[in-house]
Design a protein around this ligand. Sequence first.
Ligand code: COA
Length: 386
Amino acid sequence: MRDVAIVGVSQTKFGELWDSSFRDLISEAGIKAIVDADMDGDDIEAMYVGNMSSGLFVEQEHIAPLIADHVGLNPIPATRVEAACASGGLALRQGIMAVASGFHDVVISAGVEKMTDVVDATPAIATASDQEWEANQGATFPSLYAMIAKRHMYQYGTTREQLAQFSVVNHKNASKNPNAQFPFETTVDKVINSTMVADPLTLLDCSPVSDGAAAVIMVPAEDAKKYTDTPIYVRASAQASGTMALHDRKDITTIESTKVASKKAYDMAGVSVKDIDLTEVHDCFSINGLLAVEDLGFAEKGKGGIAIEEGQTEIDGDFPINTSGGLKARGHPLGATGIAQAAEVVWQLRGEAGKRQVEGAELGMTHNIGGTGGTAAVHIFGRDLN
Ligand code: COA
């Protein structure tokens, strides 16, 4: 396998973007990544696009050639990748594998979702759960994650305040991110007292419904310096699957696919969790951020809440989490999220993250999951190849 480097990244603003269509968003992300890589659009040999549900959100399927056509990349192979909220993470992985295998030399992996054009996004998002056993019985993602939160509180004594603190840190970081959907700061009290969504999760524990896109351009490591002085290297790309429905799990307070994928990623990169300088985790709800802190190995099972309460996940803490503001406050346009996470890590490793910079960051990780963990993708990136 060849080593792979990232030479261009981009993210559109995330939010409720009435003035941008689905194709506007993905074109903007693609063009910005090409400019960032200082290359010509004609250099790109293949495209992967992560997208969960353009059919339900904007009534458009067959989006990969549509995008290639719109941005003038025809006739390159253009492929859509779907894995619910992990669609972006898997599009990234497909691009990495295409370059690593030698199939292509210059690949763009992008992600896009335009969610706010429908009156109610909840039923569309719920199709990423087990339709027969969960969605058809009335379960939605807020309610599924609320059950996980309740169980975690019962089993380990995790407090409501600890969950809320995860959102507080995300919002603080988002206030330093010009691309964030909700760049305002908040407090534990405000989180707990915001509108109830699914007990114990309130509005400010939830990621929002978002529009947005992001893109990443990859080349073989040996070619990277042709495009940039600061290539960022892919040190690991790992993926695992888990049960779709919560009732099939031995313990709903652990996301096994995260544990399996992260172990594979640490082994592939030859590093341990202690070596990671910053991580973008999949916090679609505050409880899921807390689970990631535990399942990725930053804290022991049951102790994630304490680590968050102690400030260990803050930008100047022991293991900074979601410097971008995370899904909660940067926003969560489903298919774009895994790619936006990679863009944030690349900006951090290049030293370009402005007020949210983690000083001296050398290794960064992304964690992107689909549904309640049916899919998990974990990537590790470094300033150096080894
Ligand atoms: N955080 C902070 N503020 C939010 C928010 C969020 N997650 N979601 C909406 N808001 C704000 C809106 O900006 C709006 O503010 P305004 O009145 O000042 O304009 C207000 O809250 C009401 O917005 P609205 O769009 O009517 O909210 P809603 O009640 O329809 O939706 C949720 C709120 C939490 C139910 C919705 O965002 C949601 O379903 N989130 C989860 C998405 C999801 O499941 N993703 C996949 C995970 S696996």
